[in-house]
Design a binder for this molecule. Structure first.
Ligand code: CP
Length: 311
């Protein structure tokens, strides 16, 4: 087990410097290009992966990353563990005495913070209601791969202001990327006024509702689901879902919107085809969505090596 006294976590980017974020991105690209060199980097190390919500990419990328780095990922479904019944701090105290790192996808950021405070080992936020830093690292890695640098690029995020949007704003402004958000709706649980204010002070973040103008000179256009995954199929959410779709429909990413744009198209997935983005754009020549999702694996490796002191 790790003997870290005060572990470095990845809960959001507030405590991460630009240098650290760029370092993980560069390492992820290096690992992707030469995976063999890192085959035993985490030999005999274990990662606990705690999931209170559904996931495809976050679970697969971290589990495969651990295997390919010579270590082991232990999947824990919240509902079949005693996290369900006990105080999160006690369960975390135990867990962090048996594994070298914890990655958790929890419903509430407050619980993730409690987990990090109780943990002796690094805790990684696998997406809560406020932030999704692992996704943002993968996104920035993909952008750097495509353009060779990050500084000076322009990303336009169109959709609901949510956890993914928060981490993109923080990640972009810390790495010199200009980010314009077109978000007619804010997911209330995701509100972080301090993060947005800080980002605006860098001069790299602006907001607008003029979606056509925003995409004209964009290098990347990015969207995400309008409705959080846990609510999409929930009948109790039906009315709210219909209201949202009506409000958001003019902001769909489709060929008409992109008529005068050469931007590369991004989406963190899962996709709701025909809602936030048209099928034609998903499958079009400018879409880098599947490469972006593949990079979750390489960036997970970069994050794990950084937090386990192997860089
Ligand atoms: N983008 C993302 O986090 O995917 P999953 O929800 O499938 O993990």
């Amino acid at each position: 087990m790790s003997s870290l006294k005060s572990a470095k976590h990845l809960l959001m980017f507030r405590d991460w410097s630009s240098h650290e974020i760029n370092g993980v991105i560069e390492k992820a690209i290096e690992i992707k290009n030469d995976p063999e060199q890192y085959r035993l980097s985490l030999k005999d190390k274990s990662l606990a992966m705690v999931f209170q919500k559904t996931s495809t990419r976050t679970r697969v990328s971290f589990e495969v990353a651990m295997t390919q780095l010579g270590g082991h990922g232990v999947y824990l479904d919240w509902r079949t563990t005693n996290f369900m019944l006990a105080d999160i701090r006690d369960e975390t105290q135990y867990l962090s005495r048996n594994v070298d790192c914890i990655m958790a996808r929890l419903l509430r950021n407050a619980d993730l913070t409690a987990m990090a405070e109780a943990s002796k080992v690094p805790v990684i936020n696998g997406c809560d209601e406020k932030y999704h830093p692992c996704q943002a690292i993968s996104d920035l890695m993909t952008m750097k791969e495509k353009k060779g640098l990050l500084k000076g690029l322009k990303l336009v995020y169109i959709g609901v202001h949510n956890n993914v949007c928060n981490s993109l704003i923080e990640g972009c402004t810390k790495t010199g990327v200009r980010i314009t958000t077109v978000t007619p709706l804010i997911n209330e649980p995701a509100i972080d006024k301090e993060l947005v204010e800080k980002a605006k002070q860098t001069g790299l973040h602006e907001t607008t509702l003029d979606v056509k103008e925003a995409v004209k000179d964009a290098d990347f256009v990015y969207t995400d689901t309008w409705i959080d995954m846990e609510f999409f199929l929930d009948s109790k959410f039906k009315e709210k879902k219909e209201q949202r779709i009506k409000l958001m429909k003019p902001y769909q990413i489709n060929s008409e919107l992109l008529k005068e744009s050469n931007a590369l198209i991004m989406h963190d997935m899962p996709i709701h085809r025909g809602y936030e983005i048209s099928a034609k754009v998903i499958e079009g020549p400018n879409s880098i969505i599947y490469e972006q999702s593949e990079n979750r694996l390489h960036s997970a490796k970069g994050i794990l090596l950084k937090l386990l002191g192997k860089t």
